[in-house]
Design a protein around this ligand. Structure first.
Ligand code: ARG
Length: 408
């Protein structure tokens, strides 16, 4: 979580490490926006409101009255609306329940921006910009979620097509090579067809595509000053900077549906701060992303003639040192996988102390670098789909079929 620090292979990143779940961008944008959404689930609504009252016992409106009101609303309109407090609680618990997220220790501090009133693409764009402003906070990154209007039988919710608010374009070259982020070649083509003037560089921030029920999908650029980025340097290799690598400071997932009390909020972008390995062991490294280990090994003069020199591993460690060093030097919040692993175990203890189970997915929680020397490796975790939660629509479909979310 998905959601702040949702570090690591947290809630979404484009492919699952082991199974190669398809990149989020391959899912059909706008899917679901064209048919009327179903009514709110009454049972889930009740379960959620009970949970809210259990964890916040001093409510001005007693539970029985609130339940009665919700039942009446669902009977009449097929839906009900969350109070501000329920919404904020629901979003925080959705993070708490995100089994792929190692960064859940801070779930209570999630800032929840209630944007349910926004209807036009322009208003939504303004709120997304404000989200980035509050989240970036000059480098002192804060976990933030913006919750837009839910799906209701009367009106489908707005959506954005991007899987994150900030991502780099990818361009296929004549000779077959790729400039930019290979995971976004398809999405880049899509926004070009919608009229985006592509600069064709290696680090072009993609525009946001906003689709509402009454308007066609519209493109919006994110103002430059809202995209904080870091040039990568290495503390011991001054020439490392010549590789010209960089990354953005805020990972803001924008394609996960937030489900609270039987209601779907398809547009509820959220962010945390990065854990270094997300950038240094996945985004810049995966063979289907920037694939930089060979370049870095060559730059550092390693012997790549045999796997047994472990040139890949050496390059990987140096890249991760560069990522953490560069963020620190720039004054931008980031965490390392050792610290974040310990924080996750603290979270487990705290939650268990409260009598709650912490569902976790081992293959996403264990960092993609030095897994075995982090304490999260040496444990068993419960797996459970507890609600509220965040869903990728692919997962939801497969769950419905009773299969594994990765299609296996
Ligand atoms: N792994 C994704 C990325 O590199 C971001 C997932 C969320 N991560 C987080 N730290 N909240 O962009």
């Amino acid at each position: 979580m998905n959601s702040e620090t949702l570090p690591a292979r947290t809630t979404t990143d484009s492919t699952h490490p082991a199974t190669g779940e398809p990149a989020a961008e391959e899912r059909r944008p706008g899917a679901g926006a064209d048919h009327a959404p179903a009514a709110a689930d009454q049972g889930e609504a009740e379960e959620f409101v009970r949970l809210f009252h259990t964890e916040h016992p001093d409510q001005p409106v007693p539970l029985a009255r609130r339940l009665h009101h919700i039942r009446a609303q669902i009977d009449q309109q097929g839906t009900y609306s969350h109070t501000e407090e329920e919404l904020a609680f629901g979003a925080r618990v959705a993070w708490r329940n995100s089994s792929r997220c190692i960064g859940r220790l801070y779930w209570k501090s999630l800032r929840v921006l209630d944007r349910r009133e926004a209807t036009t693409p322009e208003q939504i764009h303004q709120h997304l910009c404000e989200h980035l402003r509050q989240a970036t906070n000059g480098g002192r990154i804060r976990p933030v979620i913006s919750v837009f209007a839910p799906d209701t039988p009367a009106q489908p919710a707005p959506r954005v097509w991007n899987d994150q608010l900030i991502r780099y374009a990818g361009y296929r070259q004549e000779g077959g090579g790729i400039v930019g982020d290979p995971a976004y070649v398809g999405f880049t083509d899509t926004v070009r067809r919608l009229g985006w003037q592509a600069p064709e560089g290696a680090w072009d921030v993609l525009p946001i595509v906003i689709e509402t029920h009454q308007d066609k999908p519209e493109l919006f650029d994110i103002p430059r000053d809202l995209v904080l980025e870091v040039d990568l340097t290495h503390p011991e290799h001054p020439h490392f900077a010549e590789l010209g690598l960089r990354w953005h400071a805020v990972p803001a997932i924008s394609n996960m549906r937030l489900r609270i009390g039987g209601i779907d909020y398809p547009l509820a972008p959220f962010n945390g701060w990065y854990m270094g390995t997300e950038i240094g062991a996945r985004n810049l490294v995966d063979a289907n992303r920037y694939n930089l280990l060979p370049t870095i090994a060559e730059h550092l003069g390693y012997d790549t003639s045999s796997e047994t020199t472990l040139w890949r591993d050496r390059a990987l460690v140096e890249l991760n040192i560069a990522v953490l060093h560069s963020f620190h030097t720039a004054g931008i919040k980031i965490s390392d996988h050792h610290t974040e692993s310990r924080h996750f175990l603290t979270h487990l203890e705290r939650e268990e102390g409260q009598g709650r189970t912490v569902p976790a997915d081992w293959s996403w929680i264990v960092p993609p670098l030095s897994g075995g020397i982090t304490p999260v490796f040496h444990r068993y975790y419960e797996q459970a789909d507890q609600r509220p939660n965040f869903y990728l629509d692919n997962d939801a479909k497969n769950r419905g079929k009773g299969g594994c979310p990765y299609g296996h």
